[in-house]
Design a binder for this molecule. Sequence first.
Ligand code: TEU
Ligand code: CA
Length: 543
Amino acid sequence: MTEKKTQPWWKSAVVYQIYPKSFQDSNGDGIGDIRGIISRLDYLADLGIDAVWISPVYCSPQDDNGYDISDYQDIDPMFGTLADMEELIAEAKKRNIRIIMDLVLNHTSDEHRWFLEAKKGRENPYHDYYVWKDGEEGRLPNDMKAAFGGPAWEWVPELKQYYFHQFSVKQPDLNWENPKVRREIYDMILWWMEKGVGGFRLDVIDQIAKEPDRGITSNGPRLHEFLREMSRETFQKGDLITVGEAWGANTDNAKLYSNPDGSEFSMVFQFEHMVMDQQPGKEKWDLAPLPFVKMKQCMAKWQNELYGTGWNSLFMDNHDLPRIVSRWGDDRKYRKESAKMLATILHGMQGTPYIYQGEELGMTNVKFENITHYRDIETLNLYRERLEKGYSREEVMRSIYAKSRDNARTPMQWNAEENAGFTAGTPWIEVNSNYVEINAEEEIHDPDSVFSYYRILTHLRKKYPVFIDGRFRLLMEEDSQIFAYTRTSQNEEMLVCANFTGEPAHCPLIGEWKDAQILIHNYEGGLSEEMKPYEAMMLIRKR
Ligand code: TEU
Ligand code: CA
């Protein structure tokens, strides 16, 4: 018990991610909003979550759904008001839920006051808030590319300069070399801390210390210097959860990011396991089957490397990724079984689990027939670019069905009524037509539902310390069907065992563990060494 006290709260927490635009609309304009979130807090409390990360709700022209911020210290009218936000923080607190804000610090919107000033002239005090390069129109400074297509440089004729943008043209990169920029950011973070937020998720944080002259974007030389300064000036003054999004993370730098001394963040989102089902050296759109054995080894590596030296975040879904049940499970015949199986594997690991809205219902990818139904800037640019390059429409749509970010962005499926209970108006993006079968109202009352399974998982984590501190060991490493591992602490030992396939699988471990207690199991009836499709379980015993 004493040990538990010294652990930071977020080591036993489960976090839920809300994509506000698609969560719950309260006023019939077809767009989810903060009042909608407030109305669903009891649902979240029932699920057993401790914190909610909300994707950006700040003022934004919405070129990239809020990841293009024009005012960090106000709420976009589309989502509500600052007063609504304060009410959300207070209402969540009543339910022991903390609110995690999404900080986008690599770039602002081109409509942010700083950028509007910066464009006025080279002598303007805000000019140096961004990253500029002298040049001639039509002769790009170098061949760096933006994440959403096209060059990373945009010409501003009035200044005869290019500005640098790693994402869309409307997301100019901030210049972290400028101490004034850093100070502005820290003051803004402190202001949110005063409002009582419980933590922050930091967007593409590994990309802030860029050096475009040298072609450097991620993991720049000054990155950890900046992060330590930011942490010292802000986060360390509170009892926060902080999680950096870092596509460029490896287990070495993750030990810096999540150093237990608290000098940077609580943890990072790393993506090594999420980029394995694509062709090596190519883009996520270039599909390839999941190399299952490699994926297991990757996850095991992160578990083992960060044991005692850092902290993992556990996730398979977010607003940028396709739905995991469609991606690595079977979203038709074995939808429920495979959704539960994936959750079992993830939630048994060491780290802080993140549930992305709808994941707890087993929500699936969407297949809009026509590209005009898609909303995501990345998807729309990709479609145009690949058709221009000569790909067939069928081929491009196949990539989009598998990997488009809009797969995760269709409205939350609350009930079987019109628009899945998400809105009384016209939703900004169409609802997935399977909402009649897959929805919260149905699942909350069904003990066999994916939701009920997640609810058990969140509670198990609270009850058994082995979830928090148990040492990880991968078993049956080379097996092409079974994902199995143990978690071992001083007094307890847990086996997590899953059949990752739609075929039966043989697993001798289950015989060895026949006297153990079953914590959770996604099939009725007893255990057998002959595992059913997507069968999964957690067993525990004293040692
Ligand atoms: O994502 C960072 C990021 O690298 C992804 O956009 C990635 O390029 C893409 O999903 C993979 O194809 C963060 C946010 O999570 C994302 O929603 C934003 O669009 C992006 O930053 C820019 O702020
Ligand atoms: Ca609304």
